[in-house]
Write a protein that binds this ligand. Structure first.
Ligand SMILES: Nc1ncnc2c1ncn2[C@@H]1O[C@H](COP(=O)(O)OP(=O)(O)OP(=O)(O)O)[C@@H](O)[C@H]1O
Ligand SMILES: [Mg+2]
Length: 465
């Protein structure tokens, strides 16, 4: 600031000092210059007074600046306070030893303690015992690690534990020296509760879905069992018949042999032989035992097949004839259902595939069952099943002559629980599960409407797993 002349007027704001500044010092101190002083002395006095005036003006100016700075500082203070007060996350500022230097309103509310009670306390006094190892490790991490989103439990106003997601970072002064740490914690109690509720609901949904999948499995197992029962009925009934005949034949043979042992005469024996039809028995024995064996063999094959078909997702990969699987799946479904569509097969004699036989069977059972269901009530329900090799895939097409699928529903058909069947008749999981099984096999399952009528499902499975 340049020197001022006594006559200068400084006009600044309205503070007391500013007002004073506009007065001349010489006037304010009531200084009177004796008339007898010579010019030199007078000039000295004038210089002194001018210098004092200048100094006073500078003082006043500094004071004004100081007041302005104070006001700015107060504003900044207020601003920081309002920000801290508005924070919903809790804030704790500590020195490097963990002694609290600053807190915010959110912490006061959560702990039920006022700022003065919290300042200078040790940080670990605020946390539940189970969180202490973590809290006590914070000072060791200062200057290197940032602790982020670790879960700690703060002792709340009721003495309980309030869960917080806590971040801790180092604090440095202007010279870059480490002076402490800043902890910011977000209460996660509500979030946790909401998450737990969501998790419970999800678990429940999963259980329900599992149950429904299980129900669908049971239903398709039921269909399978009905087909199997039908298949088993034949061989078992003729094994039964044959064994009964064999028992009767055995009784007669024993009677005849007893007569031989008793030393009956040749004539009596001849008569007995003819009465007991021993020669017919002997001629029949071969075919009877062959038939019985064949029946038993058939039963054994069916049981073997069943074991494979009932295999779960863990079923191992094997080499099998896919044409045989297609035929049995279709036959079993048709035999077990009320609607008996005429099935036309267009298959090679044999086609060996490496994969999971039970899964292919289950998909085909579902497709054939659906096709049968949609043709219920039709005069000539018909079904065509073909199988071709295309590149490294087997392409199986199941085509029905039913009503087809409305275009707007084509995209939903593989959705879980999509069904047009009345409640209790279908779960809407058949195609959902079949699609899952097909992709699990490394293949695909697609649907399209046949141009003239009906729907066609295309199942692709790789030739080699
Ligand atoms: N060949 C088809 N022709 C016309 N619509 C079909 C055909 N196959 C399936 N759909 C439709 O797709 C729906 C879903 O079939 P999906 O097999 O998933 O379940 P669902 O047969 O209804 O029940 P579930 O299989 O449990 O008995 C059926 O309800 C039916 O509306
Ligand atoms: Mg179905």
């Amino acid at each position: 600031m340049g020197p001022r002349l006594p006559g200068d007027t400084v006009t600044k704001g309205g503070s007391r000092l500013e007002k004073l500044q506009s007065e001349r010092l010489s006037e304010r101190v009531g200084l009177e210059i004796p008339f007898q002083l010579d010019d030199v002395r007078e000039n000295v006095w004038i210089d002194v007074i001018q210098t004092m005036d200048t100094l006073y003006a500078d003082l006043v100016d500094n004071q004004i600046q100081l007041e302005q700075k104070n006001a700015e500082l107060e504003d900044a203070h207020q601003f920081i306070r309002s920000v801290l007060g508005a924070m919903t996350d809790i804030l704790i500022v500590c020195d490097t030893s963990g002694r609290i230097q600053q807190v915010n309103k959110a912490l006061e509310t959560l702990t039920g303690k006022v700022e003065s009670e919290l300042l200078s306390r040790r940080l670990d006094e605020l946390f539940a015992p189970e969180s202490l190892p973590l809290i006590e490790s914070f000072p060791d991490k200062l200057g290197s690690d940032v602790v982020s989103d670790c879960e700690v439990s703060l002792i709340d106003r009721d003495g309980g534990g309030a869960p917080l997601a806590m971040n801790c970072s180092s604090r440095y002064d202007q010279q870059g020296r480490l002076v402490g740490m800043v902890l910011i914690g977000r209460p996660v109690g509500e979030l946790r509760r909401a998450y737990r509720d969501l998790n419970d609901a999800h678990e429940e949904l999963k259980q329900t879905q599992l149950q429904l999948v299980h129900t669908e499995k049971m239903a398709s197992l039921g269909r399978l069992v009905a087909g199997v029962a039908h298949e088993l009925n034949n061989p078992i009934s003729f094994v039964f018949g044959n064994v009964h005949s064999l028992k009767r034949y055995g009784d007669r043979l024993i009677r005849y042999l007893n007569a031989v042992d008793a030393g009956e005469g040749p004539q009596a024996l001849q008569q007995l032989r003819s009465d007991l039809k021993i020669d017919r028995i002997l001629a029949d024995m071969g075919s009877l035992t062959d038939g019985t064996l064949e029946g038993a063999q058939r039963v054994s094959d069916i049981v073997k097949d069943l074991r494979r078909y009932s295999a779960s997702r863990e079923e191992s990969v094997s080499v099998f004839d896919i044409t045989e699987v297609i035929r049995t799946a279709a036959q079993w479904v048709v035999k077990a259902s009320r609607i008996k569509p005429v099935v036309t097969f267009d298959l090679p004699d044999q086609l060996e595939v490496e994969g999971r036989k039970g899964h292919v069977h289950q998909i085909l059972v579902n497709l054939v069952q659906n096709a049968g269901d949609v043709m219920e009530g039709m005069d000539d329900p018909r079904l065509e099943i073909s199988c071709r090799v295309k590149a490294d895939c087997v392409v199986i097409r199941v085509r029905d002559h039913g009503p087809g699928i409305p275009d707007e529903d084509l995209g939903k058909i593989f959705d879980p629980f999509y069904t047009t069947k009345p409640v209790g008749k279908g779960t809407g999981l058949g195609l959902y599960i079949s699609y899952g099984l097909a992709t699990n096999l490394g293949g695909d399952l697609r649907i399209e409407n046949y141009p003239e009528e009906g729907a066609v499902f295309t199942l692709e499975v790789p030739l080699n797993a």
